[in-house]
Design a protein around this ligand. Structure first.
Ligand code: NAG
Ligand code: NAG
Ligand code: NAG
Ligand code: NAG
Ligand code: NAG
Ligand code: NAG
Ligand code: NAG
Ligand code: NAG
Ligand code: NAG
Ligand code: NAG
Ligand code: NAG
Ligand code: NAG
Length: 432
């Protein structure tokens, strides 16, 4: 039922060398806002019989309205990623708004589909739509990270997991702070000894205007290295929402500070967070211990001396998702892909950050003047999940894989057998 109008529309687009495109749903992708476009790339399809990743670049034009369930995606022609990647971090430069840096994540060669960590940092140029590997020394592979960039062009990467050299059942979580100066392309590790947080991965990160990075959620694993999944499951923790990790980029100091209202916010992984221009961090989605994190949406006020959690009434009407990404643009938190226990998500969820309601229509801001004053905040998005499926396939993976042993594989199997199973049943363990 393609309308005549839509065909004309697509032909027009073709002439303009872009295509109407229907991207496949995915988890662990990247999404950034660049030049009034929500650009999505990478990610992984949770599927037992294929280990499918994506390398095409797609975007939504944020100058045009769209509906949650009826979106127009466009393909960036010749913009393909040179590698398959998921659970990596992508960051728009604050020094050059044409440039995206792609760091970390699980990486596979698009030709051979083998793990390939030969180039750890890639740069995308919006003008040329080309990705190029950067020659950067001292970088080590890290997955399930989220980087942030300050206005001086320094990217901060905290911890993460490295299971690049393992086959999915072993790995090491880190608590180091690595920085990448995008002007000099110098990568270094900060030497910090006080107040170090636990080794962690799958957290989210937001940099405040005062230079403090706020880290929320994810896994913590004090021992660092795990050799098998049962060891990880039994000894890992979900980071508390009562005591928040903060890194002061001006002083290069860590602090773990208590916040108000955290008793009501369950820990989680594979969630998202965005920072509003007025200092509120919107935490959304994720799961912990095989059940959806609760509340699904909560807001951390970082304007107070002691940060404070608030749960808006609309939290109850939030969808359950994990492995999605979220970006802030204008008044909207825009949530793409991810999944719940049974379905990969194709809807774009829109959260109005002014009145805290979920809305179904995106209306562009009235004044989009230049790209440079786009009120984006998390220039990055992250987090997702790699299914435990990978383990059975002998695929390197890591933490995610492990957690999903109990969640992903298990659930998918259940799902295939019984599509309408209630959510909470998946937390049962009497199945195989
Ligand atoms: C997994 O991939 C196979 C092969 O492409 C496909 O037939 C199947 O429908 C996929 N399963 C899911 C749950 O997407
Ligand atoms: C979807 O959006 C397009 C334009 O973006 C419009 O032409 C079409 O009618 C819409 N379809 C539905 C079902 O709303
Ligand atoms: C992928 O593998 C092919 C074949 O081994 C190789 O020629 C190519 O350089 C690799 N690509 C990257 C980006 O390393
Ligand atoms: C990006 O591409 C444009 C157009 O070719 C070029 O002028 C610019 O220098 C490139 N930027 C970087 C950082 O390479
Ligand atoms: C990054 O490099 C530039 C150019 O040398 C320098 O001015 C700046 O201070 C560096 N930033 C940091 C954090 O070292
Ligand atoms: C997992 O690793 C731990 C610590 O190395 C070891 O004690 C345990 O026996 C291992 N379990 C399995 C199932 O291999
Ligand atoms: C934070 O709260 C914990 C109890 O939840 C308490 O043990 C700890 O001392 C508090 N830390 C600070 C700095 O107040
Ligand atoms: C998962 O998403 C599907 C499709 O949107 C929906 O029908 C189902 O109720 C959702 N399940 C949960 C547990 O939210
Ligand atoms: C919130 O604002 C949006 C427009 O920005 C509007 O469509 C919606 O009705 C508002 N919701 C409430 C509950 O006020
Ligand atoms: C995000 O990027 C824009 C433009 O590239 C920049 O102005 C802004 O400061 C960045 N935001 C953060 C939080 O770094
Ligand atoms: C992963 O590697 C370990 C150690 O080399 C080995 O014992 C284990 O069987 C491997 N697992 C898979 C799924 O290949
Ligand atoms: C910091 C923390 O809470 N660590 C806990 C992680 O989980 C293990 C095993 O459950 C506990 O022993 C640790 O105290």
């Amino acid at each position: 039922m393609v309308s005549y109008g839509l065909i004309i529309f697509c032909i027009t687009l073709l002439i303009n060398s872009i295509l109407c495109y229907v991207p496949e749903p995915r988890v662990g992708h990247n999404s950034v806002i660049i030049h009034n476009r929500l650009l999505v790339f990478g990610g992984w399809k949770v599927n037992e019989s294929t280990d499918k990743s994506y390398y095409e670049m797609v975007y939504i034009d944020l100058i045009k309205p769209f509906d949650s369930k009826n979106q127009s995606w466009y393909l960036v022609e010749e913009g393909n990623l040179p590698v398959y990647t998921d659970l990596s971090t992508a960051i728009v430069s604050t020094l050059d708004d044409d440039i995206i840096y792609l760091i970390g994540g699980y990486r596979r060669n698009v030709t051979t589909n083998e793990y390939d960590y030969s180039n750890l940092v890639y740069m995308y140029n919006y003008s040329t739509t080309r990705w190029t590997p950067l020659k950067v020394d001292n970088v080590t592979p890290r997955q399930e990270i989220m980087g942030v960039i300050n206005n001086e062009g320094t990217i901060y990467i905290f911890g993460g997991v490295n299971s690049a050299n393992y086959n999915g059942t072993a790995g090491t979580l880190y608590n180091d702070m690595q920085i990448f100066n995008v002007s000099t392309m110098v990568w270094s590790k900060l030497n910090i000894i006080y107040n170090l947080p636990s080794p962690s991965a799958t957290y989210t990160a937001s940099i405040l205007t005062n230079g403090i990075i706020v880290y929320l959620g994810g896994f913590e694993f004090d021992k660092g290295t795990f050799t098998n999944e049962s060891e990880f499951i039994s000894e890992s923790n979900y980071s508390s929402m009562k005591t928040i990790r903060r890194f002061d980029t001006l002083k290069s100091e860590w602090a773990q500070t208590n916040v108000t209202g955290g008793d009501d916010i369950s820990p989680r992984a594979y969630h998202s967070s965005v920072l509003t221009t007025d200092g509120y961090i919107i935490l959304f989605g994720g799961f912990a211990h095989s059940i959806p994190a609760s509340p699904k949406l909560a807001i951390l006020d970082t304007n107070k001396d002691i940060y404070e959690w608030k749960i808006p009434a609309s939290s109850n009407s939030s969808p359950f998702l994990y492995g999605h990404t979220a970006n802030l643009y204008g008044n909207y938190m825009i949530v793409t892909f991810g999944r719940n226990y049974s379905h990969l998500n194709t809807e774009i969820f829109l959260f109005d950050v002014i009145n805290y309601t979920w809305v179904s229509t995106y209306t562009p801001p009235i004044t989009i003047t230049t790209e440079t004053n786009v009120p984006t905040d998390t220039n990055v998005s992250i987090m997702t999940i790699k299914s435990a499926l990978g383990i059975g396939l002998g695929v390197a993976g890591g933490v995610i894989l492990i957690i999903l042993v109990s969640i992903g594989v298990f659930f998918l199997r259940r799902y295939r057998a019984k599509p309408h199973i209630p959510i909470l049943e998946i937390s049962g363990t009497n199945d195989s």
